[in-house]
Design a protein around this ligand. Sequence first.
Ligand SMILES: [Zn+2]
Length: 301
Amino acid sequence: MSTLCKHHIPCPICGSADCHELYPDTLGDRLPDFDYDFSPSHRQSFRTVRCEHCGHGYSSPLPADLYANYVDVEDKEYMRNREQRRMTAVKVLSVIRRFKPGGALLDVGCATGDFLDVARESYDAEGLELSKWAADVASRTGAHIYRQRLSDMPENERYDVVTLWGVIEHFETPQVEIAGINRLLKYGGLLCLWTGDLDSWVARFLGKRWWYVQGQHIQMFTMHSLEKLMQENGFVKKEMSRYPYVMSLRSIAKSLSRYKAIGTLASLLLDNSLLGDVRITLKLPGEMFGIFEKVAPAGKM
Ligand SMILES: [Zn+2]
């Protein structure tokens, strides 16, 4: 009956095979959900392990070419929160502009293009997106959208800024992808990203109930494993802070739906009230917002 052939993999950051299990496999023979509906199946994940050597968390064993069918993914639920993603983009871009006020920008994994659309006000911005549906929506911003894998991009030191918003935790081989991004950037160019911190108190406190534990998230960085990856690929850290995430109270209630009692209470209070439209900026512990600068070609440090 099983059709999924999974392979054990060494640590994607340091190569060590020594690890211990953090969370067991709850997917079994299924592939993970690739949307954001926060349903119970959305929370099922591959076995997650933690490297004994560098502390990085990652999924192992994994099926080969996990994202082969990602091109067909549609996520209509994702469209509901466009405005709050645009407001988040305004806050994030105000930080990036302090380091690099203009130039060519590539948003890798640009989804429906909400960040891209705001970024175009300051940058000559392009996107890369594999989901055909999301790339079609993003194209309506007028920005050019590459519908190809990062590894198929021409490596020509063309960009001043490359951004990865909630994307690096999906990479199957982060050393390869980050080296590829290095080659796309000019010297002095910026790699800006947002991802979770497995060492944060919130990740430790919630354990397998931490919101980053999803089948589609196969890398779980710590500040140490992220900085190690960046240093080895020719980047230096410029800034590390908490990601400023604008959310309506209704969206917060939706996200909390994975925590049964508090989620039910929040939905009862907010689903049908005007209060649900109130937006606030969250800077949650464990949400890393990193800005790194390219100082040398990959592998030449
Ligand atoms: Zn490791």
